[in-house]
Unconditional design. Structure first.
Length: 270
């Protein structure tokens, strides 16, 4: 079991990177309400692809906001990871037991995790020693139906509450865009490989100076590699990818041993 905050209830921090007004965060908070006390603390604007941030050069603020259905929430001018840090460092009245980030509009698969503010929020949580989930819906269009993904998130959250994840690890959850009854179950997966289709758009401002947008289509992916998160979602499965913060390339450590000898002299006192 998770350690319970005072009052005996699990305190779940819900955040996201699409902004506190996103319907995804509201659906998630509603679905998690049955598991304990839920506090929404999310960015006041969209931080999608904002990555992992620690705001150091401006003050952070937290404002009370009322969401579309009347739910009270907290909005911060910081990044998703700042929201998690604020909560963990005592900005909320009660300590947090679990962090759930999402439901993000758009899947976070393969290399997406390195850009994702949703995943960064979960990373911030595990750095602070809290269990966390990042939850994303494989739908990029406005008007997405978040309820099924939020329901999946609640079930995963309930399961990881019973079965603690190892220290420093979290789950990246991606949900296909369909009703629960149309999903093909859950698969434990590894990260796949994204195929980004970024294009550089170069324009000129009114003073003739060039400026740039990085644009392009929604990223594609190799859906044929069985066992990856990309394969799972493409085949209607919910993907659960366990992630950890240790990015060491263990497999190549032995083959890099000669580097020690090559650089030995240059880096040692005579
Ligand atoms: Mn997003």
């Amino acid at each position: 079991m998770l350690p319970r905050s005072e009052g005996g209830q699990v305190h779940i921090l819900v955040t996201n990177d699409d902004g506190v007004r996103s319907m995804g965060v509201l659906a998630l908070a509603r679905a998690l309400a049955g598991l304990g006390k839920v506090t929404i603390l999310a960015p006041e604007h969209n931080w999608s692809a904002g990555g992992h941030n620690k705001t150091m050069h401006k003050p952070l603020r937290i404002d009370r906001v009322t969401l579309a259905d009347g739910t009270e929430a907290l909005a911060s001018n910081g990044a998703p990871s700042d929201c998690v840090a604020l909560a963990m460092l005592g900005a909320l009245d009660e300590p947090v037991d679990l962090v759930v980030a999402g439901v993000n509009q758009g899947a976070n698969l393969g290399e997406d995790i390195t850009y994702s503010g949703t995943v960064a929020a979960a990373m911030e949580a595990v750095i602070g020693g809290l269990p966390a989930l990042a939850v994303s819906l494989d739908c990029y269009e406005p008007g997405a139906e978040f309820a099924p993904a939020a329901e999946v998130a609640a079930r995963v959250a309930a399961a990881v509450t019973r079965m603690r994840l190892p220290e420093g690890t979290f789950l990246n959850v991606n949900v296909p865009n369909r009703p629960l009854s149309m999903m093909n179950g859950v698969r434990l997966t590894r990260l796949g490989r994204r195929l980004y289709r970024d294009v550089l758009v170069r324009r000129r401002d009114p003073r003739g100076r060039p400026y740039y947008w990085i644009g392009g289509d929604v990223p594609a992916a190799d859906e044929a590699v069985e066992g990856t998160d990309i394969w799972a979602v493409a085949h209607g499965h919910v993907s659960l990818t366990p992630l950890h913060m240790d990015m060491t390339a263990y497999a190549i450590l032995p083959s890099l041993q000669p580097l020690e000898a090559i650089l030995e002299e240059a880096t040692k006192a005579p």
